[in-house]
Design a protein around this ligand. Structure first.
Ligand SMILES: Nc1ncnc2c1ncn2[C@@H]1O[C@H](COP(=O)(O)OP(=O)(O)OP(=O)(O)O)[C@@H](O)[C@H]1O
Ligand SMILES: [Mg+2]
Length: 227
């Protein structure tokens, strides 16, 4: 399965989720490739810290706006069970390239209505990609949610209007995410009993349900199941 963490807005948790998802897949004994498509190099830096501290880590490579070309990710990704792509904010060309090869695009989004409104530019890119590749699965994942606030509820309503489905799993605002990356780990290894870890495990399990459906195309996929 190729999962792209994408979206035009900066600082919403794309890299944090990409790294934590990749690390959790690795902990489940999957062979994982983490693609750092962001010139800021967050995933690469995390991998350097992990390597220095002797922590287990997935293969990490840098790719850019040509990753969809046959000799790039489609070739390099072949030896892996899963590929996780961390996209940069704003660089539409790089996001487009990731959306050309991804099975699943995850759009992290903060919990306020303002965050939901800011998704408009990302949704344009997604719709463009889906018009070329109707098989592309897209889900918004609510991140950095604080408690059971009315804000969280109104954001879900607002986001549903975007025409893109939401992941069932929501990710809270939790310090363990930032701490884990600094320790060269994913959050599920860094703080296994923290709510951040349970949310990440739930998110990965939700993604793996798709992986099984993608591997068995005769089974009803999420879209068919909804009909
Ligand atoms: N669920 C969370 N709870 C608390 N802090 C978080 C959470 N997710 C991300 N952060 C923090 O928010 C900041 C931005 O996160 P991150 O770098 O993952 O976002 P990004 O979308 O990749 O940013 P950019 O668009 O610049 O690449 C970081 O300081 C990170 O530690
Ligand atoms: Mg990032």
């Amino acid at each position: 399965m190729i999962v792209a963490l994408t979206g035009q807005k900066g600082g919403v948790g794309k890299s944090t989720l990409a790294i934590c998802i990749a690390a959790e897949l690795l902990a489940r004994r999957h062979k994982v490739l983490l693609v750092d498509a962001d010139p800021q190099g967050t995933a690469r830096t995390w991998a350097e810290v992990a390597a220095e501290l002797g922590q287990p880590l997935p293969s990490v490579v840098s790719m850019g706006a040509t990753m969809h070309r046959p000799e790039q990710l489609p070739t390099v990704g072949q030896g892996y069970d899963d590929v996780v792509i961390d996209c940069p904010p704003r660089h539409g060309d790089i996001q487009r390239s990731a959306l050309m090869v991804a099975d699943v695009a995850l759009l992290p989004c903060g919990p306020s209505s303002a965050d939901a409104w800011a998704l408009a530019a990302s949704i344009d890119l997604i719709n463009e990609a889906r018009s070329l590749r109707p098989e592309l699965e897209v889900r918004i994942v609510i991140t950095r949610k604080q408690g059971r606030t009315a804000l969280g509820r109104s954001a879900r309503e607002e986001l549903t209007k975007s025409g893109i489905d939401l992941m069932k799993t929501e990710i809270g605002y939790r310090v363990a995410f930032a701490e884990s990356l600094g320790a060269g780990l994913g959050v599920t290894a860094y703080a296994p009993r923290d709510a951040a870890a349970s949310e990440t495990r739930a998110l990965v399990s939700e993604l793996l349900l798709w992986e099984r459906r993608l591997a068995a195309p005769e089974a009803p996929g999420p879209k068919a199941a909804r009909r």
